[in-house]
Design a binder for this molecule. Structure first.
Ligand code: EPZ
Length: 422
């Protein structure tokens, strides 16, 4: 198994460009199937999850190719609405194809994506939304067959502002008859990016980024050329890494307005942050301060996808901090690993009580999921001695070769690939 080996204790320095957003690129790639022809997407990150999405599109009859950060999807010959279970099992986000395939073919067959390390991850809101648009849903064991001769616009109130359900319903409603309004919609920047992409294809959507989205059904769509937004979670991860190592760096090709709550929390921890257009300067010359209380919530509040990373910074802060995780019930798996590096963290239900310690110590630790893995890399950069992070494949799902990004900022980090006899 590949491992990341990190020599800690060095402040990060220099500048780095942030790659495209995984959580925008995935639904946008899925949406390419809605319009027949060649779509050209720029700033598409080179990630395991993106590769799986391209494999799924190919399994549906599309052609897809990549030149650097540009991906072309040729969807004219798409001829299937059945997503193989094997591919569904590799990535939950394959569920994003339900809306697009219903819109294009009037049918889709998927498999229950099931839970993952961070929680149960139900899809009931997706199914109820598609049903409200007139789709017939049949569940046969693990298989879900969804059909609709015609989709009809309606009003949908989400019980919870689910990102995935908002995106799936929005895509299914694009070619529905009449007007659909989604109330209590998720407001993440990735949903705005999806709306903007769909509108470049000829859709008629307004309101993404607010809690009410209105989709006026259209008859035809055309292929599009589009630029994916920068990844705010990757940007947030690098900001925290700089602070935890007491470094001074510059992030380029980033959208600071997507990180307002994160920048606010970092400033409360005493981190110096300067924002300028698509650039963020960060510096943390002194020991961070504790932050009394952070609650993860839907956007624009503090993102759950940066909870584990900020916990590393607070584990080195002066004083007691509390983090409450309200989105996923199993998102504290990194706590045991951080404790093995010397952190002082106690978990009670969905709250973590973090008493800052002067330093962390290198250890061999295991990534249990994508963001927990990123947090352990940050802990290794800040720690004294050598840290070995195992199960790196989790991290590759969302970071384009994280060791290269961090080496460019002066970190001593490399990927150990075992030779066959090892
Ligand atoms: C998206 O997941 C992101 N993934 C996640 O990022 C992110 O953590 C999450 O939104 C929240 O911000 C992508 O965009 C690909 P949700 P999604 O539907 O759409 C419950 C990462 O690290 N729920 O908003 O799956 C669900 O169980 C990943 O990049 C239902 O109960 O998130 C969860 O507790 C991890 N029924 C909560 O809502 C439903 O039908 C939030 O889920 C749908 C969701």
């Amino acid at each position: 198994m590949e491992k990341l080996v990190i020599e800690g204790g060095r402040p990060l320095s220099g500048a780095i460009k942030i790659h495209g957003a995984k959580n925008a690129a995935l639904p946008i790639l899925a949406a390419c199937i809605m319009a027949s022809g060649t779509h050209t997407l720029h700033n598409v990150p080179n990630l395991l999850d993106i590769e799986v999405m391209l494999q799924i599109l190919r399994a549906l009859g599309c052609k897809a190719d990549r030149q650097g950060e540009t991906v072309n999807v040729h969807s004219s010959k798409a001829n299937s609405s059945y997503i193989p279970e094997e591919l569904m099992g590799q990535m939950r986000s394959s569920i994003f194809l339900m809306g697009p395939l219903l819109a294009r073919f009037g049918s889709v067959t998927v498999y229950q994506p099931g839970g993952c390390a961070i929680g149960e991850r139900k899809i009931d809101l997706h199914l109820r939304g598609l049903e409200a648009l007139g789709a017939k849903i049949e569940e046969k064991g693990n298989m879900i067959v969804c059909t609709a001769d015609v989709l009809t616009g309606t009003e949908i109130v989400l019980d919870f502002p689910s990102v995935g359900a908002t995106e799936n319903i929005m895509m299914a409603a694009v070619k529905a008859e009449g007007v659909t309004t989604i109330f209590n919609a998720a407001r993440e920047p990735e949903i705005q990016d999806l709306q903007n992409f769909l509108n470049t294809m000829g859709a008629d959507i307004i309101g993404a980024g607010t809690d009410t989205i209105t989709i006026r059904g259209v008859k035809t769509l055309a292929p599009s050329e589009y630029n994916i937004i920068p990844d705010r979670i990757v940007a947030g991860t690098i900001l925290v890494a700089a602070a935890a190592t007491r470094g001074t760096i510059t992030l380029e090709r980033v959208n600071p307005s997507h990180l307002t709550s994160v920048i606010h929390v970092l400033r409360r921890a005493g981190v110096q942050i300067l924002v300028n257009d698509d650039i963020i300067h960060v510096s943390c010359p002194t020991r961070p301060k504790a932050v009394e209380r952070i609650v993860t919530s839907p956007h624009p509040s503090f993102p759950t996808d940066l909870q584990s990373q900020i916990m590393v910074l607070l584990s080195l802060a002066d004083g007691l901090s509390i983090i409450k995780e309200t989105i996923f019930e199993g998102r504290f798996k990194h706590v045991d690993e951080l404790s093995r590096m010397g952190a002082d963290i106690r978990v009670d239900l969905n709250s973590a009580f973090i008493r800052g310690v002067p330093r962390l110590y290198g250890a061999t630790v295991e990534a249990t999921d994508l963001r927990a893995g990123a947090a352990l890399v940050i802990a290794g950069l800040a720690a004294h001695g050598t840290t070995i992070v195992e199960q790196v494949h989790h991290i590759d799902r969302g970071y384009d070769r994280i060791e290269h990004m961090l080496s460019r900022l002066g970190a001593v980090i490399y990927r150990h690939t075992p030779v066959p006899s090892e």
